[in-house]
Ligand binder design. Structure first.
Ligand code: ATP
Length: 331
């Protein structure tokens, strides 16, 4: 991980709401985090916690169908208020995104070579011959054997894992500074999943590219990320280095997530499952959204939303497993 002093991306109080059937659904609620150059940040949480919409809000995609407020500071500018024509130049160039199912973003009618080269035409000054060589180089970079021949193949001629590699090659064509990866390995079996995660990690280190990896799988995040942000009910409830969050979870929700990972429990012990269900974003409680499922809730939890507190390791909880450093007299 290489880091400079000022963050590459600074997200402040990012909120995204949708109007559904006359009601307001707050999918992302005052989310803030910084991302350094070369850093891999994981956003983890259950389905429906707002992870994907956070990425789409950063990319300027969520505002097409929702109301987005707050700041996404990128090279001195707030992307939230940037006109669509200018966002189009940043999207796919400096900031690229990959998704869970490559088939939904690859064109089945075009060879992968044509699709990589289209991106090179859009985002580089390379001439035709250089584009061809670069396309081969990109397939090699993502570990596709026999790259020059495979440029002529169509997406359906690749396996699931290889298609994900192709999608990463297309994303890398513009040499992005930031890769947003939305559950990129969820549809893959475990061996292929591990290979793709290693690829993303290697590319981040080799190219100095920052990555935000969205996943519901804490194991995936643990393998790949420098830092973790845990999301619940549209809010970040815990944030810190991967080591701190996994070894010393401060939020009861993070603890519950950890206890439901098979590797973390003794053999023949039933996996812990959090009681209750995730909150409806349409009807969030006044206080902490996790309180109704929390065995350690105190009176304040029902009355007020806990702020994210702490310095390096932060938590939004009135009764955490222990007070975060920088709060309650700790140094
Ligand atoms: N276009 C939309 N209109 C209305 N509600 C939406 C829209 N897109 C997403 N939502 C809602 O926003 C909430 C957050 O969705 P999001 O996709 O970010 O969750 P997630 O944490 O990424 O979960 P998953 O892994 O299931 O995608 C969900 O309740 C979802 O139903």
């Amino acid at each position: 991980m290489t880091q400079s002093n000022s963050p590459l991306l600074s997200v402040k109080n990012l909120s995204t709401s949708f109007h559904v059937g006359g009601q307001k659904l707050r999918a992302v609620d005052e989310v803030s985090f910084d991302l350094a150059a070369g850093e891999v940040l994981g956003i983890v949480g259950e389905s429906g916690s707002g992870k994907s919409i956070t990425l789409r809000s950063i990319m300027g995609l969520a505002r097409r169908y929702g109301e987005v407020t707050g700041e996404v500071m990128w090279q001195g500018e707030n992307l939230v208020t940037k006109p669509e024509a200018q966002m189009r130049k940043i999207r796919g160039k400096d900031i690229a995104m990959i998704f869970q199912e490559p088939m939904s973003s690859l064109n089945p009618l075009l060879t992968v070579g044509v699709q990589i080269k289209e991106n090179l035409v859009a985002h580089t000054e390379l001439d035709k011959k250089a584009r061809h060589l670069r396309a081969i180089e990109l397939l090699e970079l993502v570990g596709i054997p026999d790259a020059s021949r495979r440029l002529n193949d169509y997406p359906h001629q690749f396996s699931g894992g290889m298609r994900q590699r192709v999608m990463i090659a297309i994303a890398l064509a513009s040499s992005p500074k930031l890769l947003l990866a939305d559950e990129p390995t969820t549809a893959l079996d475990v061996t292929i999943q591990n290979q793709i995660l290693k690829l993303i990690l290697d590319l981040s280190q080799e190219l100095g590219m920052s990555v935000i990896l969205v996943t519901h799988d804490l194991g995936v995040a643990a393998q790949t990320c420098d830092r973790l942000a845990v999301m619940y009910g549209g809010k970040l409830v815990e944030k810190g280095s991967t080591r701190d969050v996994l070894r010393n979870p401060l939020h009861r929700y993070t603890m519950g997530l950890l206890q439901s990972v098979p590797e973390n429990v003794e053999p023949r012990t039933p996996l812990f499952s959090l009681p209750g269900t995730p909150p409806s974003l349409m009807n969030l409680p006044k206080g902490c959204a996790f309180a109704p499922r929390c065995a350690h809730a105190v009176d304040a939890c029902a009355a007020t939303k806990p702020p994210l507190e702490g310095t390096q390791h932060q938590v939004a909880c009135f009764n955490p497993t222990q007070a975060p450093v920088g709060v309650g007299g700790q140094s």
